[in-house]
Ligand binder design. Structure first.
Ligand SMILES: [Zn+2]
Ligand SMILES: [Zn+2]
Length: 169
């Protein structure tokens, strides 16, 4: 679905609309909890000898988890993609560049989709600004009200106190 024949590309740009299921092997091992299909769109075109430029975008539904209270946080992840598929080994230090074998008969957009999806997913999320999170002692969700634990001492103050208590020489 995301592989395009070079002969087809020789006659002009092609549309790259596709939908990949969450269970597609392409997304295996990414550590991204997809909750729906990944939609891809854009245009792929030849850009000189052995070079193909893809201007596209992706959109995915991801099941995130609040970093503070662990509540599920549904996310819509989008990314604009600018990718160059090239036979030129010198271009391959460019992070937007993907290698193309000299004897390739098609351009495969899937590695770019995989990588761009990974980059687009935020490393952590919160369910809302001001989420109080879980009590580090008893594990109660503090958004539902205070627990019975004595107030935790601020670790920054503890570090300062430790510093002050240090003997000087
Ligand atoms: Zn939360
Ligand atoms: Zn508590």
């Amino acid at each position: 679905m995301l592989q395009f024949d070079l002969r087809e590309l020789a006659s002009g740009p092609v549309d790259t609309a596709a939908q990949l299921g969450a269970e597609d092997p392409l997304f295996e091992g990414l550590g991204v909890a997809l909750t729906g299909p990944v939609r891809v769109s854009g245009r792929l075109q030849a850009a000189g000898a052995g070079r193909f430029y893809w201007k596209g975008s992706l959109r995915a539904q991801v099941g995130g988890e609040c970093r503070r209270c662990l509540a599920p946080v549904p996310l819509t992840v989008t990314a604009d993609i600018r990718a160059l598929f090239t036979e030129d080994p010198d271009a391959q230090e460019d992070p937007d560049s993907y290698p193309l074998a000299h004897d390739a008969t098609q351009v495969d957009l899937r590695p770019a989709v995989r990588e761009e999806l990974l980059l687009a997913v935020p490393p952590w999320v919160v369910c809302r600004e001001g989420c109080r999170g879980l009590c580090p002692r008893c594990g109660k969700d503090l958004n539902a009200g205070p627990c019975g634990c004595p107030p935790a001492r601020d670790p920054r103050w503890q570090a300062l106190a430790a510093l002050k208590g240090k003997p000087r020489d």
